[in-house]
Design a protein around this ligand. Sequence first.
Ligand code: LLP
Length: 416
Amino acid sequence: MNHFAYHDRDLCCESVPLRALADAVGTPAYVYSRAALLDAFTAYDRAFGDVPHLICYAVKANANLGVLGTLARAGAGADIVSGGELYRALRAGIPPRKIIFSGVGKTRDEMRDALKTEVLMFNVESAGELRALDEVAREMGVRAPVALRVNPDVDPETHPYISTGLRTAKFGVPIADALDVYAEAARLGGIEVVGVQMHIGSQLVKVTPVADGLVRLASLVGRLRERRVRVGMVDVGGGLGIRYRDEAPPTQTEYARTLLPVLRELGVTVLVEPGRSIVGNAGLLLTRVLYRKETVDKKFVIVDAAMNDLIRPALYNAYHAIEPVDRARLAGPRETVDIVGPICESGDFLAKDREMARVEEGDLLAVMSAGAYAFAMASNYNTRPRAAEVLVEGNRYTIVRRRETYEDLVAGETAL
Ligand code: LLP
């Protein structure tokens, strides 16, 4: 079900009109639908239903405590990549035994914290990291549960910045070296091998590359078992794409249906690390038109949100649909515009050469698909306070992060 739709005059999030929300909390603001979050999580959970599995939400996509807490109560685990994300996951009530620790550059302090917490698994990305983890674990008198992140060398066919599964990427242990690194792991007193992991990229619109990677992983698991290395968990990573414009990514059900035969055959507990496909289309960025500006060459719509609130268009040339909150605009004239923010960079745009309904100064716009990697990648560039985050449930809403104040922005600094 679409939880962002027009009712009467206004675009709404669930039953809350965005116009009323903007009046109450101001703009820009991120607006999340609790129902959409839970729908996406439940779709994953059901899709893998009959095999032992754990859906570990990738915290990096949207780390707000309100979002994490909602998912925690639905039974989600967490995929974390830093000590900060560990802290958030625990604060939100995600049980340590449902937390997996990924990332290519874990520090010893972070390892220590995660070992103390007794997380489910470390996804280790290099022999150097494995040795460091072994040392830290032995110092603490414990054994670290480990999966190697294996780089299966498949082309995920996505944007190069978010493609991770090719041999040339910085991520994971090349599959050709994996047996040797596992052999070393098996000899280390501070390490207990428990699984294998891969993650080949993000915004994947085809499941075939994941399936190809999994076949390679499965053959590795077979060879490890011949060598008596126990592999009880296979983590297929995250990456399932969403529809921003006209993409047609597989559904959670289709995704699981493709992977499950191989996973079932292995008789393992399945871990999945989805981020975007849980939160991406559960959120939007609400912004107000400040000015219109027309030159002989261009029409600009200048809004109060900017690249510091949503960097994806500037960084990846990403497309986000932009809808007027006032339904009446849809019946009016159309035009081609650039939607730009107040930041002093030409890269500060939310849309370029966008054909859309003509909007006027003071209008509200909804920048869609802004639940994932939006606030999470926000900055204070141009000393702009980060926007409020709001979680809607039915006809009620909660401010799950208040708008930053100027005081927040200078906290921790020293004037000389
Ligand atoms: N697991 C690992 C090890 C990852 O590196 C990532 C994402 C995920 C899971 C979750 O992937 P997802 O299901 O969200 O695709 N900022 C970029 C996306 C970066 C993804 C980084 N890794 C964007 O805005 O498109």
